[in-house]
Design a protein around this ligand. Structure first.
Ligand code: FAD
Length: 316
């Protein structure tokens, strides 16, 4: 079967025989996957990147704290990366979703949602995580815009502004201590009975951090830019930004189905070389670590690419 693989940047149709065999198939073609593809493509490995086009930061207007791209849009950064990677004829890119993987080291078979079948000697999962939006009106619309996960990524843009933290207990205490470096106008919303200890409450009070225990019922915003939190009493808390750490799940269930171990926090267990517990299967980026940033994703993807190449050399 002949298929067309469209690359947005280098206008080329690539024909791929059914069951084409690649040295490496990279599942997930965002920052970590493209970084691995660059290393492997430059190592003259025959690489296929398959990506379903849903990176976790797609709603955020500007990405920060990544050298040379500070303030650029997430889509632009990904587009630049893809353009660079696709200059290497050793790399092919498929806009598709991998729905099935089976096999073992040096002989994996993958099937995509559109029915393509390919084979690979090695696999890299750079599939990221999916944030699970809480059942709080307005939260999902503001996510990545004014409801933010990380002060290093977005804190500077909200410095000295009235800011909330949606968290409870030890997490709330740790976040408040950190974020107070960016703004002193800080309120912790525990969204129910406080689980902060007496000592933590006293330390927050000394830092002039307010604590609100009432449940939250609504987030008022304009196009994702926060205006106020409404609590169960009907009180309107005016805010510019709200920090939150919603729960997550693996974006892709296939590593677990292949037998890759997940750790207690829900990340794919990898060693220092990005190797999973299944031989020949690697993972990189957000799906492996709570250190969640473009720079970390790029670094781990680049490392995975180099290590995969070494493994292929060692195995002859
Ligand atoms: C709201 C928000 C704002 C952020 N802002 C910043 C910031 O300002 N600066 C910063 O440094 N970091 C920021 N981050 C963190 C940063 O976005 C992540 O660390 C980074 O995107 C992780 O890259 P990744 O390649 O591991 O995963 P992702 O970028 O999430 O990409 C995973 C890719 O895998 C694909 N995929 C998943 N399953 C499959 C499958 N079965 N088949 C094919 N493809 C699949 C997805 O469609 C997706 O394209 C932010 C994160 C969020 C959530």
């Amino acid at each position: 079967m002949i298929v067309n693989i469209f690359c947005n940047f280098v206008a080329k149709d690539i024909s791929m025989e059914s069951n084409s065999k690649f040295d490496v198939v990279i599942i997930g073609g965002s920052y970590s996957g493209l970084s691995a593809a660059l290393a492997l493509g430059r190592a003259i490995r025959n690489v296929l990147v398959i990506d379903s086009g849903k990176p976790c930061n797609q709603q955020t207007p500007h990405s920060h704290n990544f050298l040379t791209q500070d303030g650029n849009t997430p889509a632009n950064i990904a587009a630049l990366a893809k353009k660079e990677v696709m200059q290497y004829p050793t790399v092919q890119f498929l806009d598709d979703e991998v729905v099935e993987v089976k096999g073992e080291n040096n002989s994996f078979e993958l099937i995509t949602a559109s029915g393509q079948q390919v084979q690979a000697r090695k696999l890299l999962f750079s599939t990221g995580v999916k944030d699970l939006m809480p059942n709080l009106s307005g939260f999902a619309s503001c996510w990545g815009i004014s409801v933010i996960h990380c002060p290093y990524c977005h804190g500077y843009e909200f410095k000295d502004q009235i800011t909330g933290i949606l968290a409870n207990g030890e997490t709330a205490y740790q976040m408040a201590s950190l974020i107070r470096n960016w703004t002193k106008q800080l309120t912790v919303f525990t969204n129910g009975k406080s689980e902060l200890t007496e000592s933590q409450l006293a330390q927050l009070a000394a830092l002039e951090v307010n604590v609100v225990e009432n449940s939250l019922v609504d987030i008022k915003h304009v196009d994702g830019y926060l205006d106020a939190l409404i609590d169960s009493d009907g009180t309107r808390h005016l805010l510019s930004a709200l920090y939150a750490r919603p729960p997550f799940e693996q974006h892709c269930k296939l590593p677990k189905e292949l037998g890759c171990e997940l750790n207690d926090s829900g990340y794919i267990q990898v060693d220092e070389f990005q190797k999973t517990s299944v031989h020949g299967v690697f993972a990189a980026g957000d799906n492996t670590t709570r250190f969640r940033a473009v720079s970390w994703a790029v670094a781990s993807g680049g490392k995975a690419g180099a290590i995969i190449n070494h493994e292929l050399i060692d195995e002859g």
